[in-house]
Design a protein around this ligand. Structure first.
Ligand code: UDP
Length: 449
């Protein structure tokens, strides 16, 4: 750990698991570089301070009612958060600026919060932005208006296979799918891009060897410093930011499985499946004949998620060679020698975590940037396969066997192993993320001169 530098950073995560994790990991990275950390957070999904005893946590009231906070309409929820949090956030930030010993050197807020831009300016605090998704998908979001003007959006079923030459190799079906009011969505994206462009710098959880083309275009398009310093979670030991309790019994179960034999199945913290998809997933796992570890998050099945209702052949397979948990310590699971494939929804964190461990992916994107990520996994990085054309037990079993046992999957397994090497070497002394982190620390300190 570097010496403490008597400088404080205020970090402000968007209150969703896929945003909290990278923000807390970034906090740990910067803490290791000598900065003191204050995390401002909403009441909604507030992080557990006891997991991070060396950070200060300060709550800001978000004023959301229970029904507002539990809506599945994320566009509306983000809009509400932006409306309700602005005033309490400003009050808190001013308190931080005036009352603490170590001066607040910089605010780092999630890119999807719009108000920190004005608030930081009024409070005289320098502001940087963390975008928790990839560089490639950020460029696609920035092109939303253009994609609409050129008729790619909203997505029409008849055009799904059409190429989108503005963002190769994407096809129309790979463009982000987000339900919610289009005007609100456009406002959120617009504010995000404007907020990034006039920030003091953009921090990304990615690395050069993975997204070099997108990063270099971002640097041309945005007049600010861009710091790809990922994969964050591999920069050093960091505590869990999980909002649900991690069931660690799956690690001792994995200990008993053969190397590279298990398919790990998890669709992140938000995506859900319906009852018939749930049953088809179960049948595909049973047909694969491979051991499986499946995360069935409470509420992730619309309809019954009762295991007893699943087909008998699945229940037999579960008893013989399967394990179901409500929430897993995913970093450890993916790093476990028994895990040979990851069936994922391709949230950016999950995608990057899988790449960092050299685990090939079965891609089942659901919404937002996940389709973009999945296309890059299968067609650009070639570290996974797409489950095309819906969920079907035979295709599921084929995909699992291809990645875990068949000769056909050898190339994908080799590419995944190569990317693991790249993800690890970029963090070593002289590596691209290592250097970028040096640049970031200097950039933050230089703000005072
Ligand atoms: N995660 C976890 N345990 C689980 C499932 C997910 O710790 O059982 C973590 C995962 O490691 C990742 C985050 O939750 O860091 C999910 O983020 P991602 O961007 O993949 O998807 P989202 O939840 O935002 O859709």
């Amino acid at each position: 750990m570097n010496q403490r530098n008597n400088r404080r950073l205020v970090l402000f995560p968007l209150p969703f698991q896929g945003h909290i994790n990278p923000m807390l990991q970034l906090a740990q990275i910067l803490h290791d570089r000598g900065f003191s950390i204050t995390v401002l957070h909403t009441d909604l999904n507030s992080p557990d301070p006891s997991s991070h005893p060396h950070f200060a946590f300060r709550s800001i009231g978000d004023g959301l009612s229970q029904s507002e906070a539990s809506t599945l309409d994320l566009v509306r929820l983000i809009t509400l958060l932006n409306a309700r949090c602005a005033a309490p956030f400003e009050e808190r930030l001013r308190e931080e600026v005036s009352t603490q010993d170590a001066p607040v050197t910089c605010l780092i807020a999630d890119a999807l919060f719009s108000f920190p831009r004005d608030v930081a300016e009024r409070a005289g605090v320098r502001r940087m932005v963390l975008r928790t998704g990839g560089a490639t998908s950020l460029r696609v979001f920035a092109g939303f208006r253009l994609l609409r003007e050129r008729g790619y959006l909203p997505i029409e079923e008849s055009r799904l296979e059409d190429p989108v030459p503005e963002f190769p190799p994407l096809r129309v079906k790979d463009l982000p799918r987000i339900t919610g009011e289009p005007e609100l969505l456009e406002r959120i994206l617009n504010d995000m891009i404007e907020g990034i462009k006039d920030s003091s710098g953009l921090i990304l959880n990615t690395f050069e060897d993975l997204e070099q083309p997108a990063l270099s275009l971002l640097r041309q398009e945005y007049p600010i410093a861009v710091f790809p310093i990922g994969p964050f979670h591999k920069c050093g030991p960091s505590s869990s930011g999980s909002l649900l309790a991690e069931d660690r019994s799956c690690i001792s179960w994995l200990d008993k499985q053969a190397p590279n034999s298990v398919v790990y199945v998890s669709f992140g913290s938000i995506a859900s499946v319906n009852e018939s998809e749930f049953s088809e997933i179960a049948l595909g796992l049973a047909d694969s004949q491979q051991p499986f570890l499946w995360v069935v998050r409470p509420g992730s099945v619309s309809g019954s998620e009762l295991l007893e209702n699943l087909p008998g052949c699945f229940l037999e397979a579960l008893e013989e060679r399967g394990k179901i948990v409500k929430w897993a310590p995913q970093h450890e699971v993916l790093a476990h020698r028994a895990v040979g494939a990851f069936w994922t929804h391709n949230g950016w964190n999950s995608t990057l975590e899988s790449i960092s461990e050299g685990v090939p992916m079965i891609c089942m994107p659901c919404f937002s940037d996940q389709n973009v990520n999945a296309r890059f996994v299968s067609d650009v990085w070639k570290v996974g396969v797409h489950l095309n054309n819906g969920l079907e037990r035979r295709k599921i079993a084929e995909a699992i066997r291809k990645l875990l046992v068949e000769k056909e999957g050898e190339e994908v397994r080799e590419r995944a192993a190569q990317f693991k090497e790249k993800a690890s070497s970029c963090l070593m002394q002289g590596g691209s993320s290592f250097q970028s982190l040096d640049g970031l620390a200097n950039h933050i300190l230089s703000s005072e001169s």
